[in-house]
Design a protein around this ligand. Structure first.
Ligand code: ZN
Length: 242
């Protein structure tokens, strides 16, 4: 059984379409979206519709929550706040109601899907370092967990007290250890110094994960960001992936 797992679309329709076209060429039985469909980008409503039509399993992201919970946007920076204000204007009431009904985590037998982390110390905790991952592992009750949120693809493995991190920077297949946390990167706003959309395919039989880096028409997305009156920085960062 193969799962295509993607996260942090952030209203980038061109990146989402490119990823879905790539998934269509792979043998994938189930799709999972780890949240942050909206925010930053110019097509939040279209991205929600596309993901709803796929029948993908979807968990809640912090930008999705900020979009539907008045006041939560004040916890975000000015660029994120501009994206939330834009998404609130673009989304229909039905789309907001659908977002509101997304769960915080989903379990799939041998793995859990979550947007940020399973740690309940802080909401929406970022996992950047082995120490961050170690804290998360205290709460991971299955062999495997998938997350997004940092927009940086990574594989964190725990062996005893040791936690090791690996940062994939090209299409590659990694074998998974006994206890692993996989960050699938970001479809619509990568921050791993590469401009391509990123997602991952989990092969349950082989117990391996394939990272996929997919080029897309980012000039079109940049043009739409300018046209929507969103901060120009949100367009510039797409070209460099940071
Ligand atoms: Zn995000």
């Amino acid at each position: 059984m193969n799962f295509a797992i993607f996260s942090d679309i952030h209203g980038n329709l061109e990146a989402l379409e490119a990823v879905l076209a790539d998934i269509a060429l792979e043998r994938v039985q189930e799709m999972i979206c780890l949240g942050d469909i909206v925010g930053y980008g110019p097509n939040p409503a279209e991205c929600i519709e596309m993901i709803r039509c796929l029948g993908a399993a979807v968990v809640m992201g912090n930008h999705d929550e900020a979009c539907i919970e008045p006041g939560r946007e004040f916890e975000l920076n000015e660029y994120a706040r501009a994206g939330i204000a834009f998404a609130r204007r673009e989304l229909s009431d039905a789309q907001k109601a659908w977002l509101r009904n997304r769960p915080m985590r989903l379990d799939f037998g041998d793995f859990t899907a979550v947007h940020a982390s399973l740690s309940d110390d802080n909401e929406w905790e970022y996992i950047f370092t082995p120490a961050d991952a170690r804290k998360h592992f205290l709460f991971q009750d299955k062999p495997l967990c998938f997350c997004g949120h940092t927009h940086r693809p990574a594989v964190w493995s725990q062996e005893g007290r040791k936690v090791r991190g690996l940062a994939p920077n090209g299409n590659m297949i990694c074998e998974l250890g006994a206890r692993t946390l996989v960050n699938v990167g970001s479809v619509g706003q990568p921050r791993n110094m590469r401009p391509e959309a990123c997602y991952a395919i989990y092969n349950r039989m082989a117990h391996s994960i394939a990272f996929r880096f997919i080029p897309y028409d980012l000039k079109e997305t940049q043009w739409k960001i300018f046209a929507a009156g969103l901060p120009p920085f949100l367009a510039q960062r797409l070209a460099v992936g940071r």
